[in-house]
Every structure is written in C-alpha cells, then in structure tokens.
Design a binder for this molecule. Structure first.
Ligand SMILES: Nc1nc2c(c(=O)[nH]1)N[C@H]1C(S)=C(S)[C@@H](COP(=O)(O)OP(=O)(O)OC[C@H]3O[C@@H](n4cnc5c(=O)[nH]c(N)nc54)[C@H](O)[C@@H]3O)O[C@H]1N2
Ligand SMILES: Nc1nc2c(c(=O)[nH]1)N[C@H]1C(S)=C(S)[C@@H](COP(=O)(O)OP(=O)(O)OC[C@H]3O[C@@H](n4cnc5c(=O)[nH]c(N)nc54)[C@H](O)[C@@H]3O)O[C@H]1N2
Ligand SMILES: [Mo]
Length: 698
C-alpha cells in the first residue's frame, strides 16, 4: 500500500514522514481534506432566520450572538437551566471539548450535555473501565503492533477506515472477524491470514466459544498464563463457567463460524505470546456492546495479554480526537480528567479550578440518544447548541431525530459547512476549520499532539473557542473564565485534569513544541529534572498496566457475561440483518466529503451490499435501485451484488442524506451501560424501488 500523501495537500505539512503512528501517510480523505478549506460551500457568515418558517438569511456576529444568548437566557429563566442542551463532538480539540463541557455546566448551568462519541466508542470505554479501571483506546503505542504474532480485529475495517494503520499489520498474522469480506478481511486472506464471518450481533458468543476451546484444549494451562491469572486478575472462575456453556458446535450454530475455524484461531492465539485483540465499531455498536467487548477482554485476560509487554487489548478509536474528546467533560456523566460527575472529590477539585461552588455543578445528564429523543418533549430541553456533529444523518432512527429537532424552540449549530442539521437551525455560526486554528488532540494510543494553525480563517469566521467566549460573556460570565485562545485553555485543562485518570498536568507546551512523545497519564513534573534527563524518550505513560491495573487492588477484572439477542431480530416481514458502517471515500455524515468533488464523483450515492441470490429473490438486478425497509422507515439505495456476502445480511454505508440515509432504518435500542444505540443491527426487507413484486421464478 502506498503511504505517501497524494495531491491536494497544498502547502500544509500534515505529518512528518518518520512519524511512527502513520509514517507520514494519510488516507484519501486526508489528501483531499484541504480542498474544503477554500470550497465555495464553506460557511463564511452567520445565518439566522426570523421566525420558524422564514429562510436563513445572513447576519452579523453581534446580532447572531446576542440572539443566541438572549434566547438561552430567556429559556433558562422561564423553564430552568436544563431547558438548554449541548451536543459536542469527538472531532473537537482537547481545548474545545474541555471548554464546551465547562460552558454547559458553568455558563448555562445545564446537566444536558453529551456528544457524538457516545455513538462511537462508548461501549469499549465502559468495558475497559470495568475490566482495567481505566479506558485508553490503545494502552500501548501503535508501533507495538508491528511485532505482534497475532492480531484479532473484531468488527473493524481499517483498510477503509484507517488505511495508515494497515502498515502496522502483517497480513499473515491477521485474524479478521467481520460478517463481510471487507478489504481488511481480503488483505488478511491474501496474505495467509484468516477471516471469520459471524452472523451480525453474535461476537459475544464467538469470544466465549474461543475461550471455551482454549480452555478445553489446555491452552490456558501454561505456567505463565496460570500465574498471570493468579497474580494479575480476579474473577476467572465465574468467566470460566460462562465459557463452559459455549462448546464449539453450539457456538457454530449461533455464529455460523465453523467449529474447525474456532479451533484454528484458538490454536493460533495459544501459540502467540505477543498477541493483540482489537475491537472496532462492528463489535461495539450493539445493545450488548459493553458485554461483547467484555467477552473479548475476558479472552485477552485468559491468554495473559493485557499489561504484558508487546501484547494487549485495545479499541480502535475513530474521529480526529475520538480519544481526547472522551476525557475532558463533554460526556453527560463526566468531568475533566476522565472524572465522574457524581464523585464528590472530583466535583470539589473541578469546582476549585472553575472558581464555582461544588453545588453549582449540575449532576449527570441524558446520554446522546436520550437527549435527542427528549428534545421539545415535556420535561426535555427546548434549545440545543450543536458543535461538531450532524445528528440528522448520524444519529439512529433519523426521522425521530428530525422531528425532535423541529420541535425545539431554538437550535444553534456551529459548523464550517452547511449540513442537514444546519438546515434546521435558527442560528448558524460559521467557524474555523482544523487548518485555521491551533490546539491539541489525543491519538488512539493516548499520545497528545499539537496541531498548529497553517493559515488564517476567512475574514468573517470565528473559532469555536471565540464563540464560547462571546456567548459566556453575554450570559454573564467573565471573559477570563472562557479564554478565546487555546493556550490558556490548555493551561486550565492541565490543572482540572491533575490527579484524575486522564492526567494532563504535565503536558507542558514546551514538550509539544519539541514534538516530544507525550502519553497520558502525564502527572506534573515541573521542578523535577525528569523531562531534561530523558531527552528523546517518551514522556508520561506510553504503556499502561505493565505493573498494575488501575483498580484499587491493582488487578484486572474478568467480567462474567451472558449472550443475548439483539433488540430486534429478523422475522417474516423483515427477514434480513442490516448492518451499517463506512466506505473509504466518505467521512461520517458526509457533510465534509460529499462536498469534495473528487470524492463525490468516486462515491456519489447510497448503495446496499447484498448477495446476488438474496437480491434476485427480491427481483433486484445488480445496479438497480432497491428499497430497504425496516420497522422505522425505508431508504433507497443502489443494489450492489457482492458474491462473498452472507446471504442473510445486507450492508449500507451511513454517509448519505435524504432518501439514502441509512439511519432512517436503525434501531435506537441502547446498551444498558454505555447507552450506545444498536447501529450495527436492524431487521429489514428488500424491495424493488419501483414497487413491482419480483416476477415468478425470480
Ligand atoms: N472512510 C472513513 N474512515 C473513517 C470514518 C468514516 O466515516 N469514513 N469514520 C471514523 C470513525 S468516527 C470511526 S468510529 C472509525 C470506525 O472504523 P470501523 O470500526 O472500522 O468502521 P465501521 O465501518 O463502522 O465498522 C467496521 C466493520 O464492522 C462490521 N460489522 C457490522 N456488524 C458487525 C457485527 O455484528 N460483528 C462484527 N464483528 N462486525 C460487524 C462492518 O461490516 C464493518 O466492516 O472509522 C474512522 N475512519
Ligand atoms: N448507522 C450508523 N450511524 C453511525 C455510525 C455507524 O457506524 N452507523 N457511526 C457513529 C459514529 S462512530 C460516529 S463518530 C458518528 C459521527 O457522526 P457526526 O457526529 O455527524 O460526525 P461528522 O459527520 O464528523 O459531523 C461533524 C459535523 O461537524 C462539523 N465539524 C467538524 N469539526 C468541527 C469542529 O471542530 N467544530 C465545529 N463547530 N464543527 C465541526 C463537520 O463539518 C460536520 O458537519 O456517527 C455515528 N453514526
Ligand atoms: Mo466514530
């Protein structure tokens, strides 16, 4: 695979060629991302509408900001602080994520804040916290994967979603678990690796089935593994009993993965001392996502991987700042430093940094879906500020989301392009893009990186931090509490996170200036000579858990789990599993990539991947428009015959708008712990778009 940047990067240096995570490489969206900076579709001036049915018109910043502040203040006075809600993003820098969380709690006084990361890795985060006492996507540097003897990728398709990562995998040692023969699975097969194609939603049983085989074949009896379980973990007995019930033939019946393949994979894992198990959204975005990840962590613990040098479990985070975005308090139940909002000591610490009384900080709010679902309902929020998300396309059951957004008294969206969500807004605030502002991001391996502004934003565009500053001042806070520049925000973030799980206290700007490799937790080392002594060495904690896990007793916890079905299963009216995900050319809701001509030409419209036999039964030829129908609605998508697809499953990308929006179909059934919706499984049927029934014999 070519790792060199392609055309379109202009003058921007995106990553040095020797940078270890991506080796200077970018995927296609990276090469073309710069095109959007100068796109005519950029938002370059604030927009407002005078009344619900009026069109959006151009406005000045003063008028727009004053209107937002006035409406928020009026609602708060009339209906209480929780009448105003905030929806954030894992695409925001650390500084912006922190400032947004503080803005909600301090300037608005609302508990109602959550963010799109809830739709992303929240299930893996919850399972990691339970098992290890701490959640960091990869508790080891990405480059560790280069020397892995076996990598199991469960529900991740990095060949399309993180192409530079593929350079860290030896295909011969790759085991891909995905209902589809993805580009990643194909790369493994071509290189001598393995692909298991389970029925969607059965990964939990598959993990227990592998654990069962490892157990009965004696793979777990090596002195090293026995000692690891005894010294570094608790709870093995209960998990052993869970696995005992998943003998290979039973696992095969449920998952569709042949017993022989289970034995093969178990043997590969047993023979590899340095192995990795990595999960992606395919395993996680289920109403049992937390238990599913827990089952794979159980397997990893049984094999002695977590906290062992050169081995481990990790979750592949998604968005630009998917990791940092989940640490600094834009989550409904979270305060900076990955602290819990209901923890008294955490509240007191953060209250001191914020200069407020502990009692002024609200408690936990609603999770992302529950928040969207409650908008404009009795007792739910009446106004919403969206910063960095396009929920009309990316949230589940989109018709409900659109209905709820329309029911709001007041919707404000900060974005740099028009989106299906800005189209519903009462005020749209045009903000700077990534290349136009500085800030820090935290990579999937917990490494804190500085992003420097490369160019000035268009004249009438402001940064998200400036927007929050201006609004906070108009809501009666002091400007110093909400600095418009990233440097003082990072300074405050360091103090607010100090002593927390995700401790950034030692993230000194000088370290970032020097491009030092800084991994959290990085407690403050000011005054010690540590940083100087180890010039060129990583700062902080590149590898977690080597000596102890983060639970008080230092041990990892095996988590007993039981298999359960998805919230909705195929039946006579909806006989197929539909799963959703990504394709190479588009990013997320497509708000950005659908505006880049090269990407739009390469991937212009919604499609549905389907086995030819399944398609023919519905009377659908290759390339013909299909209607895909779930209990929540129907979408139109171009039929794409895929010969190696499971016959019981179809796949749709979720990047497309309007009639092709896959989230019209999806089921907002939530995981009870992470509150993650079931994006990866709904029951559907296929029909011809013209309404004709298939002809006899077809
Ligand atoms: N091109 C592109 N790249 C992206 C993004 C993008 O939108 N476009 N988004 C970024 C973000 S935010 C994220 S979170 C990551 C996501 O990265 P990935 O997790 O790799 O992406 P997905 O396509 O959502 O899901 C991965 C795979 O899960 C499979 N799958 C579906 N159901 C199941 C199941 O029940 N079990 C198993 N084992 N697999 C299943 C799908 O077939 C799919 O191939 O990508 C990031 N990179
Ligand atoms: N069916 C289905 N649905 C899914 C998923 C799936 O696999 N299947 N995956 C889910 C996942 S993992 C994710 S992460 C979500 C993502 O879905 P969204 O939250 O909708 O993410 P984006 O499309 O990246 O939307 C970001 C919007 O914010 C803008 N934006 C980007 N950066 C900034 C910034 O710094 N400031 C401001 N103000 N605006 C910014 C962009 O222009 C864009 O309009 O989708 C989820 N939805
Ligand atoms: Mo994501």
């Amino acid at each position: 695979m070519s790792l060199s940047p392609g055309p379109g990067t202009g003058q921007l240096t995106i990553a040095p060629r020797d940078f270890p995570t991506n080796r200077g490489g970018l995927c296609q969206k990276g090469w073309t991302a710069a095109e959007l900076l100068t796109s005519p579709e950029r938002l370059t001036t604030p927009l407002m509408r005078d009344g619900k049915d009026a069109p959006l018109r151009e406005a000045g910043w003063d008028e727009a900001l004053a209107t937002v502040a006035r409406r928020f203040a009026e609602l708060r006075a009339a209906r209480g602080p929780d009448s105003v809600a905030v929806f954030g993003s894992g695409g925001l820098t650390n500084e912006k994520a922190y400032a947004l969380g503080k803005f909600a709690r301090v300037a608005l006084g609302t508990s109602q804040i959550d963010y799109n990361g809830r739709f992303c890795m929240s299930s893996a985060a919850a399972a990691g916290n339970r098992a290890f006492g701490l959640d960091r996507g990869l508790p080891f540097p990405v480059a560790d994967l280069d020397d892995s003897e076996a990598v199991v990728l469960v529900g991740a398709n990095p060949a399309e979603t993180m192409p530079p990562l593929m350079g860290h995998f030896d295909p011969a040692r790759l085991i891909v678990v995905d209902p589809r023969r993805t580009a990643t699975a194909q790369a493994a097969l071509d290189g001598g690796g393995l692909h298991l194609a389970p029925t969607p939603g059965t990964d939990l049983a598959l993990a227990l089935g592998l654990l069962h085989v490892a157990l009965v074949e004696g793979h777990l009896d090596t002195p090293g593994r026995v000692a690891y379980r005894r010294e570094r973990t608790t709870g093995w007995e209960a998990v052993r009993r869970c696995a005992a019930r998943w003998w290979p033939e039973r696992t095969e019946r449920l998952t569709g993965v042949a017993a022989a393949d289970l034995r093969r994979v178990a043997a590969v894992l047993a023979g590899a001392r340095r192995a990795h198990i990595l999960t992606g959204r395919g395993a996680e975005q289920h109403s049992k996502g937390v238990d599913t990840v827990a089952a794979w962590i159980d397997l990893a613990l049984a094999l002695g991987l977590p906290g062992t040098p050169g081995a481990g479990y990790g979750c592949l985070t998604g968005q630009g700042n998917g990791q940092g975005g989940r640490e600094h308090g834009q989550k409904a139940d979270q305060l900076p430093g990955y602290r819990h909002i209901e923890d008294r000591a955490a509240r007191e610490h953060v209250a001191r940094v914020w200069g407020v009384q502990e009692a002024e900080i609200p408690g936990a709010g609603r999770s992302a879906w529950e928040l969207l679902d409650a908008l404009g309902t009795p007792g739910g929020p009446n106004a919403l500020l969206v910063m960095g998300s396009n929920p009309v396309i990316s949230a589940p059951r989109s018709r409900r989301v659109i209905e709820r957004l329309r029911a709001l008294d007041f919707l404000v969206v900060a974005d740099f392009v028009r989106s299906e969500t800005t189209d519903l807004a009462d005020v749209v605030l045009p903000v700077a893009m990534w290349a136009e502002e500085s800030g820090t991001m935290t990579s999937l391996e917990g490494r804190i990186l500085r992003r420097r502004a490369a160019q000035a934003p268009p004249p009438d565009v402001r940064s998200d931090l400036e927007v929050l500053h201006e609004l906070a001042v108009r809501l009666g806070r002091s400007g110093e509490e909400f600095p418009p520049e990233p440097a003082p925000v990072l300074e405050e973030l360091r103090r607010a996170s100090a002593g927390g799980v995700a401790d950034y206290a030692g993230v000194a700007p000088e370290l970032l200036d020097d491009d030092a490799a800084v991994y959290w937790p990085v407690p403050d080392t000011t005054g010690s000579s540590r940083a100087d002594e180890r010039v060129g060495e990583p700062v902080g904690t590149p590898r977690l858990f080597l000596d102890r896990f983060e639970h008080a007793d230092g041990r990892a916890r095996f988590l007993p789990v039981e298999y359960r079905e998805a919230a909705e299963m195929p039946d006579a009216a909806h006989p197929l599993y539909a799963t959703t995900g990504r394709q190479l050319e588009h990013y997320q809701s497509g708000a950005q990539t659908r505006r880049v001509p090269g990407l739009r030409a390469a991937a212009p419209e919604a499609y549905v991947e389907v086995h030819p036999d399944t398609a023919r039964r519905a009377g659908l030829a290759d390339g013909e428009r299909a209607r895909v129908v779930s209990r929540r609605g129907a979408v139109l998508a171009r039929t794409r015959y895929v010969g190696d697809m499971r016959t019981d499953t179809v796949f749709l990308p979720f990047h497309f708008p309007q009639a092709g929006a896959a989230n019209v179909l999806t089921n907002p059934a939530l995981d009870p712990v992470s509150r993650m919706p079931e994006f990866k499984l709904s029951a559907v049927r296929l029909e011809r778009a013209d309404g004709h029934a298939p002809k006899e014999g077809e």
